[in-house]
Design a protein around this ligand. Sequence first.
Ligand SMILES: CC(C)(COP(=O)(O)OP(=O)(O)OC[C@H]1O[C@@H](n2cnc3c(N)ncnc32)[C@H](O)[C@@H]1OP(=O)(O)O)[C@@H](O)C(=O)NCCC(=O)NCCS
Length: 180
Amino acid sequence: MTGDNVEISAAGIESVALLAALHGSSFAHSGAEPWSEASTRALLAVPGMLALVAAGAPPAARQPCGLAVARCGPGDAEILALGVLPQCQRQGIATRLMAALLRLLAATAIRTIMLEVAVDNRPARAFYTIHGFSEVGLRRAYYRRLPGSAIDALVLARPVAPLQHPPPGPGAIADDQQSR
Ligand SMILES: CC(C)(COP(=O)(O)OP(=O)(O)OC[C@H]1O[C@@H](n2cnc3c(N)ncnc32)[C@H](O)[C@@H]1OP(=O)(O)O)[C@@H](O)C(=O)NCCC(=O)NCCS
């Protein structure tokens, strides 16, 4: 499965088990605590929560392979999880999820998206750098690791470009915010 043959769709409360499973598998090697179904359900009940799932597009098998969960608004958006199954990484799937998230936010009044990432999460830091995020803060001992230890998190942010309204008429370019 690659970023070219996945579909991104919104996921609701009916997808709690899927989202928890995707989170557990995607973050298995990151040291993050996996989301339980109960904690995922509670999260989705928070106002402004948006969940997206990446899955194979027909005619390929509709196998789910990644998720993005963000709290949106009122003033900014925060990515709470962006993960892709290990066997599906480096194929542009998180890029597709990020592009979909930015496209949805572009239609809102939200102009900043942010997140926290552990300082030792090199793949994620590389991913976010390539997608235009920069460091705006540091949270000391933010993520719990082994009992009794914790690791710092960087706070990253990037602007969200507003939706462009192309002039009416033939040849108008479809709205599509580039994530890179
Ligand atoms: C970070 C993560 C979401 C990236 O997902 P992905 O689908 O592999 O990302 P993409 O294929 O869209 O990568 C786009 C670009 O990001 C950069 N990148 C992604 N993973 C990278 C890695 N392991 N090492 C270096 N650069 C990386 C590369 O520039 C890549 O482009 P390239 O493959 O053409 O070189 C994935 O590694 C993951 O799920 N990690 C575990 C969960 C996690 O830590 N999430 C982030 C914290 S919220």
